[in-house]
Write a protein that binds this ligand. Structure first.
Ligand code: GLA
Ligand code: ZN
Length: 654
């Protein structure tokens, strides 16, 4: 059964409200209640004084009403006594000064003092609730990559570098520190990244920045291990997760989730459908990205339950169908549990206008009605949770690309994620499942591997891709690949795409970072597409050109190429196109591989399949505010705005 739950903060409400809340949750069909993740000051109001009684009661009440608890460790916001008694537990900002208290998420994950107190509260909780049938544990909340600049973090960074490079000579050479007299003669000259003097990352050595980002991500992973080990010590069979989000400092999710049992995500798709249809599929991308963290079904620990406020002015009310549609969209991409944020909107604190399912009036409303409908619908297909997404197409993700693109924008408006999203969107609009997997993962069982922007290149990855293509696979490589080595320095004395040149059968003899400007290419198979951001001027060696530029001094020069490589095929996409370009390219690839596609899904409609040996559910989601009608699977399908339809193998609609 796909599980529906809610996020609840008993510590924020008067006790007299608890039972009514919990009874109403249970009446709605809610199965899990996520609690605890911000409640440290009520669990340890003074240093070493613990008060678990209220939490015992809340858990008991939830369980009495037949629901299960997802328990958060409260380490995201320590009580104020800790910061007062031990100021070294507070994060330091980019300028090296201590963050001020009164917010959340401002603890230093590397501070031994913080670890001591965090470790103690987590251990006490794990020990106390070991036999309570806790459904799962959530570590902390929305962990970002740790960018604290305190002395502990700087020292850990130096230690990390010493382990990696051994000697300063190796480090100086790896980073190319001679530039601007940056050669390090003592480890203590290396600091955590600060921007007080120069408020820009791009003034710093990219080699240093790349390792610094890797270190910050590794700190977060280490912190996850730290909490996991404590919980497992008391509850070896505990199911442990953490709720991911995509902030400005992304961790290395694949490493971070390695010690965890299940990937989780906080799913807040836009309440306002973007006017620009180029943005329609960003949410589907996020969901598939999260499924890739552990390459299996995942959970949503915060699912959009009402208009968002607080971080921004209050968004418009959810459109009718939106709450259910977005929830079903998560299921379509592999979610097995959806916990709605939050039961009732806070009446105090910074998030009092970040709406949950219930408004402040505490009355049932259109959103709770929609949730009821969703729960009923999911109950009709109890075996849906036994299915998963299988894909013939993989897209490789590497945190290194994200880290280095973040430091050195290659052209205005061009991010690492841009092309991943475009390829992903085309798959969705062709009804083709796609997995987003870590670059280091094996992909031999896939037919098509898309490798966007291999900016930071390592020889092993290239060798594996060559082998995959040689043995019959299709590989798609894009612009800004082969630019840098694994230390973040430019590869010299070889034409781009350097290590990829052999498999792509082409090289580049000119580049143009056109930024937000638009130009055009003409496909040699017909069709003109607009392009933006970047143009590689290709010289085809063994490859055949597929499209040529139409504008400026390189009009007529190839922009896209295809190369037969061993038994397989390698495409090179030298530019960034409009959506239709990726659709047309992938359609050609999928046809060649004789894969099933749904060719005529309208713009804004996506389709995925969840299946098991004896079951298949095809999902159609209309991610727009207009009705859509089309033919698919031999049927006319009519969809309302934001509607999700699910077709079983036997032709029934759910
Ligand atoms: C995040 C947090 C929640 C809450 C929501 C709403 O996802 O995890 O605690 O703040 O945002 O904005
Ligand atoms: Zn720190």
């Amino acid at each position: 059964m796909i599980i529906t739950g809610v996020d609840y903060y008993p510590e924020q409400w008067d006790r007299s409200m608890w039972e009514d809340d919990i009874r109403r949750m249970s009446d709605l069909g809610i199965r899990t209640v996520r609690i605890g993740e911000f409640a440290w000051c009520r669990l340890e109001p003074e240093e070493g004084q613990f008060e678990f009684g209220w939490l015992d009661d809340a858990i008991e009440l939830i369980e009495r009403y037949g629901m299960k608890v997802i328990l958060g460790t409260p380490t995201n916001c320590p009580p104020l006594w800790m910061f007062q008694n031990y100021p070294d537990t507070l994060q330091c900002d980019r300028d090296g000064t201590r963050t001020k208290t009164g917010i959340r998420g401002h603890r230093c994950m590397n501070s031994p003092t913080f670890r001591k107190y965090a470790g103690r509260i987590v251990a006490l909780m794990a020990e106390r609730y070991a036999d309570n049938g806790i459904y799962a544990w959530q570590i902390d909340n929305e962990l970002e990559s740790n960018h604290c600049t305190c002395e502990y973090c700087a020292a850990s960074f130096r230690k990390w570098l010493q382990d990696k490079y051994g000697t300063l000579d190796h480090l100086n050479r790896a980073w190319g520190n001679v530039v601007w007299s940056g050669e390090v003669s003592d480890w203590n000259q290396i600091n955590a990244f600060m921007t007080a003097a120069v408020n820009r990352a791009d003034w710093f050595n990219p080699g240093y920045m790349l390792d610094y980002e890797r270190f910050c991500a590794a700190s977060t992973t280490d912190y996850v291990h730290f909490q996991c080990d404590i919980i497992r010590k008391y509850i070896p069979s505990a199911v442990i997760t953490t709720n991911s989000c995509f902030g400005s400092n992304l961790p290395d999710f694949h490493q971070e989730f390695e010690p965890l049992d299940v990937a989780s995500y906080d799913n807040y798709p836009p309440a306002v459908i973007p006017a620009n249809p180029e943005k329609f599929y960003s949410n589907a991308f996020a969901l598939d990205f999260v499924r890739g963290f552990k390459q299996k079904n995942f959970w949503v620990l915060e699912q959009l339950g009402g208009p968002m406020g607080c971080w921004s002015p209050i968004t418009p009310q959810l459109e009718p169908g939106m709450l259910e549609g977005y929830a079903m969209q998560a299921v379509a991409h592999g979610a097995d549990l959806l916990s709605f944020f939050r039961w009732r909107t806070a009446s105090t604190g910074a998030e009092m206008f970040c709406y949950g399912l219930l408004d402040h009036d505490n009355q049932p409303n259109s959103r709770t009605e929609e949730l009821k409908h969703l729960i009923h619908r999911l109950e009709l297909v109890p075996n849906l949770s036994e299915t998963s997404l299988t894909s013939k197409v993989a897209m490789l993700y590497s945190a290194d690309q994200e880290f280095s693109f973040k430091t050195q924008a290659q052209s205005e408006g061009f991010a690492y994620w841009t092309q991943m999203r475009l390829f992903h969107e085309a798959c969705m609009n062709l009804g083709v499942n796609i997995d987003i997997i870590p670059q280091s993962h094996s992909y031999e069982d896939y037919e098509v591997v898309i490798v966007p922007t291999q900016f930071v290149t390592d020889k092993d990855s290239v060798k594996r891709l060559e082998q995959f293509a040689q043995q019959g696979g299709t590989v798609i490589v894009t612009n800004r690949s082969g630019v840098k080595d694994e230390h973040g320095n430019c590869i010299i004395n070889e034409s781009l795409p350097t290590l990829f040149r052999k498999m792509c059968g082409c090289y580049i003899n000119g580049t143009d970072a056109i930024g937000p400007r638009y130009q055009r290419i003409r496909s040699l198979h017909g069709g003109v597409f607009s392009i933006t951001s970047w143009c590689d001027m290709l010289v085809c060696e063994t490859a055949e050109p597929m499209a040529v530029y139409l504008d400026r001094f390189y009009a007529g020069t190839p922009a896209l190429s295809v190369n037969q490589f061993g038994k397989g095929t390698v495409y090179y996409v030298g530019t960034v196109g409009e959506k239709a370009l990726y659709r047309s390219l992938l359609l050609e690839v999928f046809h060649q591989r004789k894969m099933n596609v749904i060719e005529n899904l309208p713009d804004g409609v996506e389709s995925t399949v969840r299946s098991a040996e004896d079951m298949q559910f095809r999902f159609f989601f209309n991610n727009t505010l207009e009705g859509k009608s089309f033919f698919a699977e031999g049927k006319r399908v009519s969809m309302q705005a934001l509607e999700m339809k699910v077709l079983t193998r036997s032709g029934q609609w759910i």
